[in-house]
Design a protein around this ligand. Structure first.
Ligand code: ADE
Length: 342
């Protein structure tokens, strides 16, 4: 039996992230109007930003959470731009010592936006420095050790922290409570992804059939970063085959070569499902056992594979562990009998 509050592991870096970083940079919208989708968030953010602008103040601190690749960093850039502010970027894992954060905070200028990516990986000590900075714009520093140690307090200029995380549940309660607003970025609709792909194809200077963009959108896990990566692979395929346009066939062939199926599942996703079916009779199976059977990192399973498999109804997380759904069996081509799963 797996308890609900089992300590969650912190995921390692998603290996695809590095490759995606420069795609993001090239295709990231640099204007608010060009950001497609997440309409509710944009509407709410707009009110917060316009009110802050009207008062000539910094906006409240903001938390963006949701799966990787959904546009949290892009949104942070756009918020800074809309506020006419400088954006300073750092991340949870790079802030190792208190001094690292103190250096960044003490260099902030009035109105700056500080973006901390992967905020769930901030260590406890760093969080302790962050609390008073967020709450009362004070930086408390301890110089020296033991009886001779002295504390200094430095006033900070008005600034806005934007924290992004894939795992809001791993943020400490006190940190979470210091944000004026939290926004959960959801998976995009196919129509939104198609619009993003159309824009990206234009930026890349490549022609693509609407049916090609539709096939890529459907295989994109409803995630712009993945969609853009697949578009680039389809462009490669068309290019080496001397096709001036990415046709539907080119897109489908490129996806097939990448072993990505029509639901966007990769071999690792299918392996995860088939291991649960074959070795654990469809589940329930505990996450630790599953990670060992897959020989993969638990954090990656929880953070990368599972959310999408659950969102499309192929996998369930139950208190007793993971279970493959009837849809999951069907998708992998397993037969289902009248009175249960075979
Ligand atoms: N590229 C990545 N995410 C995007 C978005 N939400 N809108 C437009 N282009 C994007």
């Amino acid at each position: 039996m797996e308890s609900q509050n089992t300590k969650k592991s912190i995921p390692k870096k998603d290996p695809k992230r590095e490759e995606d970083a420069h795609i993001d940079l090239a295709l990231r919208p640099s204007n608010w109007e060009d950001y497609i989708g997440q309409e509710k968030i944009k509407k709410n953010l707009r009110v917060i930003l316009d009110a802050a602008l009207k008062r000539a103040e910094s906006s409240d601190h903001l938390l963006f959470y949701g799966q990787a690749g959904l546009g949290k960093t892009t949104l942070a850039h756009l918020v800074a731009k809309e506020m006419g502010a400088n954006l300073k970027v750092t991340s949870g894992p790079t802030l190792e010592k208190m001094g690292d954060l103190a250096a960044i905070l003490s260099n902030l200028e009035s109105g700056d936006v500080l973006f901390i990516d992967e905020a769930h990986r901030l260590n406890h000590q760093i969080e302790e420095v962050l609390y008073p900075a967020l709450e009362s714009r004070k930086l408390h520093l301890v110089i020296g050790k033991g009886p001779g140690a002295r504390t200094f307090s430095l006033d900070l200029p008005p600034f806005t922290l934007i924290a992004a995380t894939t795992r809001a549940n791993l943020l400490s309660g006190p940190l979470r409570s210091r944000f004026g607003a939290s926004f959960k970025l959801d998976y995009y609709t196919v129509a939104d992804i198609e619009a993003i792909l159309e824009r990206s194809a234009k930026l890349l200077g490549v022609a693509a059939e609407p049916a090609a963009l539709n096939a890529i959108a459907k295989a994109s896990r409803f995630t712009p970063r993945i969609a853009n990566r697949l578009l680039k692979r389809a462009r490669d395929y068309a290019e080496v085959n001397d096709m001036p346009t990415i046709t539907e066939e080119a897109a489908r062939n490129a996806l097939e070569m990448l072993e990505i199926d029509e639901l966007g599942l990769e071999p690792t996703d299918r392996q995860l499902l088939s291991i649960i079916i074959e070795k654990f009779n469809g589940g329930p199976v505990g996450i630790q056992t599953l990670a060992a059977a897959l020989n993969d990192d638990r954090g990656i399973i929880e953070d990368v594979y599972e959310p999408y498999l659950m969102s499309i109804g192929l996998l369930n997380r139950t208190p007793a562990g993971r279970r493959v759904t009837a849809e999951g069996y069907k998708h992998l081509g397993y037969k289902i009998s009248k009175d249960g799963l075979l």
